[in-house]
Design a protein around this ligand. Structure first.
Ligand SMILES: Cc1cc2nc3c(=O)[nH]c(=O)nc-3n(C[C@H](O)[C@H](O)[C@H](O)COP(=O)(O)O)c2cc1C
Length: 282
């Protein structure tokens, strides 16, 4: 044990510090050493208060974040106007974790305690991505949550968390698909920090209302959705695969195309959606 870590040595240090403080506080008020000491003690006291507050508020923040996510899932599932409380509506939604590699739902996993954001930072729970087509992501979690809505036992809606780089921020959203595993029912971006009035319109009702009915994946299982620059010609043969770009925010719009193609593709939910389509056909 070093001399410093000995309890007796530590109490001598503390006593010495208190004695020095007392000496400094006995100095006249206009002594610069006293001014500096008072400022230092005040800073220390404030930082202790701020840290203690941050630590004690963390569980509350986590509860609020979980509730906010529940509310987004319920909204994108179209259950927010069904006359149920948030908890009642959320209970109608089956939460699962999917193994992205195999596309299988994992039987023994608890999606409530799983954070895909934490998983993406953990090398044992995520995979590094190649440069091409990775939507600005370095790693991809090996498992992702999915939310399934059933009506009388029949799959009605599949909700997939999606995220990727915009111009300034990582945009996090939820995509609701029809049981064909290909057609969009709704989209929401509940977290993004793009420029207000430009890229942030990605989370605006008007732009998001263009998504229902768009066919995101072709018959061969390839993601084909594209947010185009300008407006989509409704008469064009591929109009069902295209969404109007956000004006003055082509880079944010491209970010949406990239993240959609990533998450609906082979490295994202592709294997899961293939299985789902096989079951839907069968
Ligand atoms: C202050 C400022 C903020 C901007 N914010 C965004 C943004 O959030 N998303 C975006 O795509 N482009 C943003 N842009 C514009 C881009 O730099 C780029 O010009 C634009 O994406 C091109 O889109 P357009 O071809 O539709 O004009 C911003 C530009 C400025 C000067």
């Amino acid at each position: 044990m070093s001399a410093d870590s000995h309890p007796q040595a530590q109490s001598q240090h503390t006593g010495g510090l208190l004695a020095s403080l007392k000496t400094v506080f006995r100095l006249p008020n206009d002594d610069p050493r006293k001014t500096i000491a008072v400022a230092l003690v005040l800073c220390l006291a404030c930082s202790v208060v701020v840290s203690a507050t941050a630590v004690s508020l963390r569980p509350l923040q986590e509860r609020n974040a979980a509730r906010a996510l529940k509310s987004e899932v319920v909204k994108v599932a179209g259950l927010d106007s069904a006359g149920m409380s948030l908890d009642q509506a959320f209970e109608r939604i089956e939460q699962r974790l999917v193994d992205l590699e195999t596309g299988e739902l994992i039987a023994d996993a608890n999606p409530m305690t799983y954070s895909y954001r934490d998983a993406a930072k953990n090398p044992t729970m995520s995979s590094a991505l190649d440069e091409a087509g990775r939507a600005g992501l370095q790693r991809r979690p090996d498992r992702m949550p999915v939310y399934l809505v059933r009506q009388d036992g029949q799959l009605e809606t599949i909700i997939l968390p999606v995220y990727g780089a915009g111009l300034w921020s990582t945009m996090h959203g939820l995509l609701a698909l029809a049981p064909d595993g290909r057609t969009a029912k709704a989209l929401t971006f509940y977290e993004q920090r793009e420029t207000a009035g430009l890229g942030s319109e990605v989370a605006g009702e008007r732009w998001l209302s263009e998504w229902p009915g768009k066919v995101l994946i072709d018959q061969a299982g390839q993601p084909v959705i594209e947010v185009v620059k300008g407006s989509v010609d409704p008469g064009a043969p591929n109009a069902e695969h295209r969404v109007d770009g956000l004006s003055g925010a082509t880079l944010t719009s491209n970010g949406v195309t990239n993240l959609m193609r990533f998450w609906l593709g082979e490295q994202g939910y592709g294997p899961f959606l293939n299985r789902l389509r096989d079951n839907h056909r069968g």
